[in-house]
Design a protein around this ligand. Structure first.
Ligand SMILES: Cc1ncc(COP(=O)(O)O)c(C=O)c1O
Length: 396
């Protein structure tokens, strides 16, 4: 067999690998605390499950239109009007199986040899992986702890060249919990007027997961961007539906037919019964979403306090999503080594900052999509491991 060359540059999402390793250790009888998880630990709200079950009983067994059910696309547009205060035509909405297909389609559409794509680093690892796969040059936007892991718009604008085809923004962000403040987004949008060749893909999948009254600034709130911004969102995080596989993209009118064509060439359409359940998710009661958010908020405060009590760790209070991203550089342990040791020796699954790009060195990602007890126990194990390590380390 001779694989296509491009397969050698495809990266991965280490979360799935750590998950597999943790499961293998558990199969050997080891007790593992899972703090690597990128999925809410709650069940999907019952009204949504019931809508999905009923959809199957009612006969939603066939293909839907490639772009998704018209009623769902209308529900998406209504939700965008309600929560983002932006007006979008349903024709621009493409329902896809998860959050990932929108980024896949966008990067395939704009990435090729000779092009440059700007992306956040540390950031969701699939951006960099797909950019490499497309043949484009991956140009990292370094997100710095001192700036709350938000970019400075001026720095981003300076990195744009005539070859830049796409700029990827993620707010609120995985893995840092950072958000892009309105002032930076304003400056970015204003500056982009001088670069009409640059398309923006804004990954807003954590847009409802914000704390302390922070506001979500959506790219769709800028009418001047509607002809060149792709907005990615989905049901995975907000409604605890990662296994249902459903998401959507809002595309510029000129791109939506291309996105639909990519969909027809790959997945045909999203799961029919899931789409029916997703209408209930958007139109039904939202109390379960609010309940999950309150639980995340409490855990966020606990994990922040616990992480800062570990010698060698320091951690910003995350503003969004459900991840804490402590600086661990003062331990002197490379992030990948720490990930390995914590899993194998301390029984704690978490992710090295470098799983999210080279600028993640010196950081670790801990997810707080787990119970308060497990968070406390996991971090107790981390503290104990580091203390044990310090005792046995040869003195300098
Ligand atoms: C920033 C970001 N975008 C997109 C996704 C993908 O979401 P989905 O599981 O719906 O494909 C994730 C999942 O972790 C994510 O963190």
């Amino acid at each position: 067999m001779k694989l296509a060359q491009r397969m050698s540059v495809l990266g991965t999402e280490t979360a799935f690998e750590v998950f597999a390793k943790a499961k293998a250790l558990e199969a050997q009888g080891k007790d593992i605390i899972h703090l690597h998880i990128g999925a809410p630990d709650f069940m999907t709200p019952a009204n949504i499950v019931e809508a999905g079950r009923k959809a199957l009983t009612d006969g939603w067994h066939k293909y839907t239109p490639a772009k998704g059910l018209p009623e769902l696309r209308q529900a998406v547009v209504d939700d965008i009007a309600l929560r983002r205060g932006a007006k979008v035509h349903p024709d621009r909405v493409l329902i896809v199986p998860g959050g990932k297909p929108t980024m896949f389609y966008a990067i395939m559409m704009f990435g090729e040899p000779g092009k440059e794509i700007l992306y956040p680093n540390p950031g969701f690892p699939i951006y960099e992986s797909l950019i490499h796969w497309s043949g484009a040059k991956a140009v990292p936007i370094e997100l710095r702890e001192a700036q709350g892991f938000a970019f400075r718009a001026e720095d981003v604008l300076r990195q744009i060249t005539p070859n830049t085809s796409l700029l990827i923004v993620n707010t609120p962000a995985n893995p840092t919990g950072g958000i892009i403040p309105r002032a930076e987004m304003d400056t970015l949008v204003k500056g982009l007027a001088a670069h009409p060749h640059v398309v923006v893909m804004c990954d807003e999948i954590y847009g409802r997961q914000l704390y302390d009254g922070e506001e979500h600034v959506s790219i769709l709130q800028y009418p001047e961007m509607h002809d060149r911004a792709i907005m990615l969102d989905g049901w995975s995080k907000t409604y605890a539906m990662t296994g249902w596989r459903l998401g959507y993209g809002v595309w510029p009118s000129s791109l939506v037919a291309h996105a639909e064509r990519l969909q027809i060439n790959s997945t045909s359409c999203a799961n029919a019964a899931t789409q029916v359940a997703a209408i209930e998710a958007l139109r039904g009661p939202q109390d379960e979403v609010d309940k999950m958010l309150r639980a995340f908020d409490e855990r966020r405060r606990i994990i922040h306090k616990e992480l800062n009590s570990i010698p060698g760790f320091s951690c910003n209070l995350p503003k969004g999503a459900f991840y804490a991203f402590p600086n661990t550089s003062r331990t002197g342990i490379p992030s990948r080594t720490l990930e390995h040791e914590l899993l194998n020796e301390a029984g704690v699954a978490c992710l090295s900052g470098t799983s999210f790009g080279k600028f993640g060195e010196g950081f670790m990602r801990f997810s707080y999509a787990n119970s308060q007890d497990n968070i406390r126990e996991g971090l107790r194990r981390v503290r104990e491991h580091l203390a044990r390590r310090a005792e046995t380390a040869p003195s300098k």
